[in-house]
Design a protein around this ligand. Structure first.
Ligand SMILES: C[S@@+](CC[C@H](N)C(=O)[O-])C[C@H]1O[C@@H](n2cnc3c(N)ncnc32)[C@H](O)[C@@H]1O
Length: 225
């Protein structure tokens, strides 16, 4: 067994913690402390998030999308594969080093999605965008943490609480879709989405391409037309 090799660390803004990047052969891992935030071998549900949302907004002229959390770029790459040539994606990433890693050692994993001309990267908290934008996006994809029970950063609770969900609702165009990734189900969060004005579908998505083993939860929250 090849041992894990530590590559780099970077502070997570607004917390005392650090994101650490590790490699073991061709496998990469991003961790907060001892907890793995993302592993390059399990990305099926991150891609499913983009595929399910893109299916909902397919056919719209010049679709505009916001993705919160770059991670290893799998959600972004999957969205780019399904978005038309006239579409565009804003990616908000809180930790600038993650963007640098995606231009460096992680770039190959998802096929260099940051080189795509349809992508604009903003090194900010996605909450900053949600607080100011109005009817700006056809779709918003949130994968910034473990889900509504976030572990990485206390401030991210706002995104999953009523004010954050109402801000996301306001930032969506009519009939827009908010897609949210989570490590597991959360009935209270589903109620919260409904109270913020969304219709909600819950999908259990396999973590691995093999479709065996763990499943994650994806919510598709629709804004009325
Ligand atoms: C689990 S990873 C995302 C995985 C990604 N879906 C993929 O396909 O690789 C979470 C990412 O969200 C970032 N993040 C955490 N909080 C954030 C926030 N408030 N705004 C923007 N990015 C955030 C983390 O730094 C990390 O890069």
């Amino acid at each position: 067994m090849i041992p894990w090799e530590f590559l780099e660390s970077a502070p997570v803004p607004g917390t005392g913690s650090e994101l650490c990047l590790y490699r073991r052969g061709e496998e990469f891992s991003i961790r907060v402390g001892n907890r793995e935030l993302m592993n390059s071998r399990a990305h099926a549900s991150e891609e499913a998030l983009a595929e399910l949302v893109c299916a909902r907004v397919a056919g719209r002229p010049r679709p505009r999308m916001l993705i919160g959390g770059l991670g290893m770029g799998f959600t972004l790459a999957a969205a780019l594969r399904r978005l038309g040539r006239d579409g565009s994606i804003v990616v908000a990433e809180l930790v600038p080093a993650v963007v640098a890693w995606n231009r460096g050692p992680l770039a190959l994993l998802a096929g260099h999605p940051l080189l795509d001309a349809r992508v604009t990267v903003r090194e900010v908290d996605v909450a900053l965008i949600l607080r100011v934008e109005r009817q700006a996006f056809d779709a918003i994809l949130l994968d910034v943490d473990n889900g509504p029970e976030g572990l990485a950063r206390k401030e991210n609770d706002w995104l999953y609480a009523r004010p954050g969900l109402e801000a996301a609702h306001a930032a969506l165009r009519p009939a827009g879709v908010l897609g949210v990734w989570s490590s597991g189900p959360h009935p209270v969060f589903v109620q919260r989405l409904r109270r913020a004005g969304f219709t909600v579908d819950e999908i259990r998505a396999p973590a691995h391409d093999s479709r065996k083993g763990r499943r994650h939860t994806i919510w598709l929250a629709g804004r009325a037309s």
